[in-house]
Design a protein around this ligand. Sequence first.
Ligand code: KMT
Ligand code: NI
Length: 179
Amino acid sequence: MVEAWYMDDSSEDQRTPHRLEPNKAVSLEELEKLGVLYWKLDADNYETDPKLAKIREERGYSYVDIIEIHKDTLPNYEEKLKIFYMEHLHLDEEIRYILDGSGYFDVRAKDEKWIRIAMEKGDMITLPAGIYHRFTLDQNNYTKAMRLFVGEPVWTAHNRPADHFDCRKEYLNKIATAV
Ligand code: KMT
Ligand code: NI
């Protein structure tokens, strides 16, 4: 099962876990209140997996591609990693399914603290439009992920501050009333 925790605020290497001492875990229910959805899937059979097909059908995830994040396979690797780790939001959902390797998605809690979500092979996540977040490789330095999207993909990241977007306002309203 996916593990998440509140981060410490040390400025050491972003690829280390950054757990608080003692660890302060975050449950799937808490993530759900932030609009973050999670599924565990069979990554060895993603091409024929009926569970993935059902999620795609239900949520309208018509587009898929695969990104491999490794210094030898990703063009402009260093630059991309820096961009991924800048706090940003999107006007649409960010949907990622880890097919191999691992990495951390960090999302802002209601109180603005960072929550780190440790994603491994078989973990699929949806970040809602308007949530501030970022991504980093962990110390394994490798992620292979499926990127999904509703319709034609728009990967544009709006770096913080991006509070003027309607989706940000709608997002804040939504989590304010989530119980
Ligand atoms: C993103 O948008 O931050 C990414 O695509 C990160 C890599 S997907 C694991
Ligand atoms: Ni993003």
